[in-house]
Design a protein around this ligand. Structure first.
Ligand SMILES: *Cc1c(COP(=O)(O)O)cnc(C)c1O
Length: 362
């Protein structure tokens, strides 16, 4: 059994993927070829966002977004400690300080009710993460940001492309949304890739320029930028995968729902789902007390598992001395008991049953 079955996906989609790759090899525009803009407009349609700007990775998308907002040394950015390191890394790279607020103990997403206490005169952005594919409480976060002088809100939607919040699309829920096309994400390419979404014309223009070395015209550098483009080939692969993406999302919802029902039936703790949003289950994550023993037992049964994430960022060696001392006991507790199970749109029902049977075996 695969943790994420990318091989099955390729077998299903190999004709359109091969065709798309072949087309790029033949036209030869490997950098900023026509597939780049084609993908951006498809993704604008998928999310209803006015602008999509592809980027070299999800990390690069976050970095470019913070640069477009003018984040600089001395600034503070409020975020969550219970996430992949890239969320905080880009803040530190710009010389700003990550201010970690604690999470909701049931969803693992940033607890909006704690944000206000963390806002200071130096707060320049709020960066919630839509963890495991379920959007954070974005309207609540946006409302707090609006009350405090319209602080920009960046949704780290690296895990949640395709998810919804009150009927609206993740990536298009705040000032800026950033996603990742890392192969194992819900919409993945075959290398690195990512995208920025916004409805703000000036921010979109800034992101487009920063992505290509701050260029407004060829060899005219109006700002400091990065080499942050997504390859044409990777855009072509995502375009091919979009053909089946709606079906894949339906599968993710159905498989996640079945997991939820089975966990509830057998009294196994799991990440809670809010009624006003859907998750795309980038990970299917349960909560267990004896994680090491459980992982060993599943490993024995040939079932791969993973831990997202074992150490909150404010306890990481490289981060613990950089951040403001804010207690985050719920993140610490969750980090000790999360365990992710095999999940993909191609996970067979029988395999899913086998996973749950192995969890229950004493
Ligand atoms: C994967 C991920 C990223 C980084 O994306 P890359 O494309 O790997 O750079 C950032 N934030 C979160 C929450 C992620 O899961």
């Amino acid at each position: 059994m695969q943790f994420i079955d990318l091989k099955k996906q390729y077998q299903t989609l190999c004709a359109p993927i091969n065709e798309r790759i072949q087309a790029v090899l033949e036209h030869g525009q490997y950098i900023m070829g026509p597939e780049v803009r084609e993908l951006e407009s498809r993704l604008e349609a998928c999310t209803d966002a006015k602008h999509c700007i592809t980027a070299a990775s999800g990390t690069e998308a976050l970095l470019i977004s913070l640069m477009a907002l003018g984040i600089k040394p001395g600034d503070e950015v409020i975020t969550t400690p219970f996430t992949f390191v890239a969320t905080a890394e880009v803040i530190v790279l710009l010389g700003a300080t990550p201010v970690f607020v604690d999470i909701e103990p049931d969803t693992g997403n940033m607890d909006a009710s704690l944000i206000e206490m963390a806002i200071t005169s130096r707060t320049r952005a709020i960066m919630p993460v839509s963890l495991y594919g379920q959007p954070a409480d974005m309207d609540e976060i946006n409302a707090i940001a609006a009350r405090h002088g319209n602080i920009p809100v960046i949704e780290d939607a690296a895990q949640s492309f395709g998810a919804t919040y009150k009927g609206r699309k993740s990536c298009n829920l705040s000032t800026i949304g950033c996603t990742s096309f890392f192969p194992s994400k819900p919409l993945g390419c075959y290398g690195d890739g990512g995208a920025i979404f916004t409805n703000d014309d000036a921010l979109a223009q800034a992101c487009r320029e920063i992505r290509v070395h701050g260029q407004s015209k060829r060899y005219v550098h109006t700002r400091i930028g990065v080499g942050g483009r997504m390859d044409t080939l990777q855009c072509a692969i995502v375009l091919a995968k979009l053909e089946r993406f709606d079906w894949e999302i339906e599968q993710r919802l159905a498989i996640g729902q079945r997991y939820n029902e089975l966990m509830d039936q057998y009294g196994i703790g799991r990440i809670a789902q809010r009624a006003d949003r859907t998750s795309v289950f980038a990970q299917y994550t349960i909560l267990v007390d004896d994680r090491e023993a459980m992982q060993a037992r599943l490993h024995e049964a040939g079932i791969p598992t993973a831990v997202h994430y074992p150490i909150p960022l404010n306890e990481q060696p490289a981060y613990r001395d950089l951040c403001a001392p804010m207690p985050t006991p719920k993140a610490a507790t969750m980090a000790k008991c999360v365990m992710s199970l095999p999940m993909s749109p191609y996970l067979a029902g029988a395999d899913q049953s086998r996973v749950v049977a192995a969890l229950r075996k004493k």
